[in-house]
Design a protein around this ligand. Structure first.
Ligand SMILES: *Cc1c(COP(=O)(O)O)cnc(C)c1O
Length: 402
């Protein structure tokens, strides 16, 4: 066996489950996490071995849950680049600001990581139909990987989700329904439908493997920083799975002795129009409460109450991190500034992390010289309606260009 995965455990009540069976939540209602024999992983996997492997997320297969690597469903999940934002960073006192650009992954967002591992494991366990609520990008990614695996995908998303996400699901042959409401409403509809039809519920954190896919972000970050992770990582948190995944990756690497005990200070960035984690953090709570009337241009982080909120908050407290809310006008402003200054077109969610970095530098929370990594979770090209740009002049043929 290549994977060092041993069992599934509950972070709330410590119950253990068999990973060879189909599992959703723990009986206590908490998400389940994959546990690894990290001593064994450290004994078989070496940094030297890693150097000779393909530059894709599957290079970390000992730390991924697939029993048989042959079951991997692949669309070319290349490692994503860490790009220094030299000019923008220079302007706001962040001389070592960089962005990890997840927009280069299949389907244009980091959701491909979760879908790749989630669908691969679902296929390995004999599942034929997966159902899920989504704000858009997860639906696109899971539909693509389901098509690749020859499986059925059932997707429910808010009617207000970006048009491109609707088109993606349709093109990949998923069964798509829109709901006149939020992702939480879509989740309730999916919850009832999976019981009725016997489909597999692949909702965020209701199955244990999507987080393992997202974990590869953290493994890549550690490797790309020469096994000395940056001082600060900013993540646009909706369900927060990416943040939990990065944190889990770094903890596993620390346990393997591959990185030191110092963890990056994790920052959860949310939109001012939907900031349940920020509110909970500011009140010093361990869990969030439902955010009413959620609304923001950063559609991927419009999650009024996340199932894994306690894991996100734990990571923030444990690493000396923080949580920051950014308004929509600031998000669009920093999206434009980053594109203009350094040639990187962030998605609105990613732009929120850069805006938050600037705010934290201004308040002194981030110090000059610290290595700061903002996660751009998707391609700005997936949001053709969001950017704020000046209207170009309309010329008639033969008109001079002033
Ligand atoms: C889903 C999504 C997020 C939030 O992801 P979580 O890990 O669930 O918090 C952020 N940005 C984009 C572009 C997304 O699609």
């Amino acid at each position: 066996m290549i994977t060092a995965a041993t069992r599934l455990t509950c972070p709330k009540c410590a119950a253990a489950y068999d990973p060879n069976l189909v599992q959703n939540l723990c009986a206590c209602g908490s998400p389940l996490l994959v546990e690894y024999d990290l001593e064994r992983a450290a004994a078989v996997l070496t940094k030297a071995l890693l150097r000779d492997r393909d530059a894709t997320m599957w290079r970390y297969r000992e730390l991924l849950p697939l029993r048989d690597p042959e079951n991997a469903v692949m669309l070319g999940e290349a490692m994503t680049p860490v790009i220094p934002l030299t000019r923008l960073g220079g302007r706001c006192g962040l001389s070592r600001l960089a962005v990890k650009d997840e927009g280069t992954l299949p389907t244009g967002s980091f959701k491909a990581r979760g879908a790749a591992v989630g669908i691969s494991r679902a296929r390995e366990l004999g599942i034929t139909t997966v159902a899920m609520p989504t704000n858009g990008n997860a639906g696109g990614a899971w539909s693509a990987y389901a098509a690749r695996a020859g499986m059925e995908a059932v997707v429910v998303m808010p009617a207000t989700a970006p048009t491109i996400n609707r088109l993606e699901c349709a093109m990949y042959g998923a069964r798509l329904a829109l709901v006149d409401g939020l992702i939480s409403d879509a989740g309730k509809i999916v919850g009832a439908a999976v019981k009725e039809h016997g489909w597999f519920d692949a909702s965020t954190l209701k199955e244990p493997y999507r987080i393992e896919g997202k974990k590869t972000m953290g493994l890549e970050i550690a490797e790309q920083y020469g096994w000395e992770p940056p001082e600060v990582i900013l993540y646009p948190a909706g369900g927060g799975v990416g943040l939990i995944g990065i944190d889990k990756a770094l903890r596993e690497l620390a346990a393997m002795g591959w990185i030191g005990e110092r963890m990056p200070r994790m920052v959860a960035v949310q939109a001012a129009g939907c900031a349940p984690i920020v509110r909970a953090f500011e009140e010093g709570r361990r869990e969030s409460t439902f955010w009413e009337n959620a609304r923001t241009v950063a559609f991927g982080i419009t999650v009024p109450k996340a199932l894994g909120d306690f894991l996100v908050l734990d990571a923030l407290y444990a690493t000396g991190g923080t949580a920051v809310a950014v308004g929509d006008a600031e998000i669009l402003d920093w999206q434009h500034r980053t594109a203009e200054a350094d040639g990187v077109l962030l998605c609105p969610e990613g732009a929120a992390t850069v805006a938050a970095a600037a705010k934290l530098r201004e308040s002194g929370w981030i110090r000059e010289g610290e290595r700061v990594l903002a996660i751009n979770t998707g391609s700005g090209l997936k949001y053709p309606d969001a950017p704020r740009c000046p209207e170009p002049p309309l010329l008639q043929p033969g008109d001079p260009l002033a």
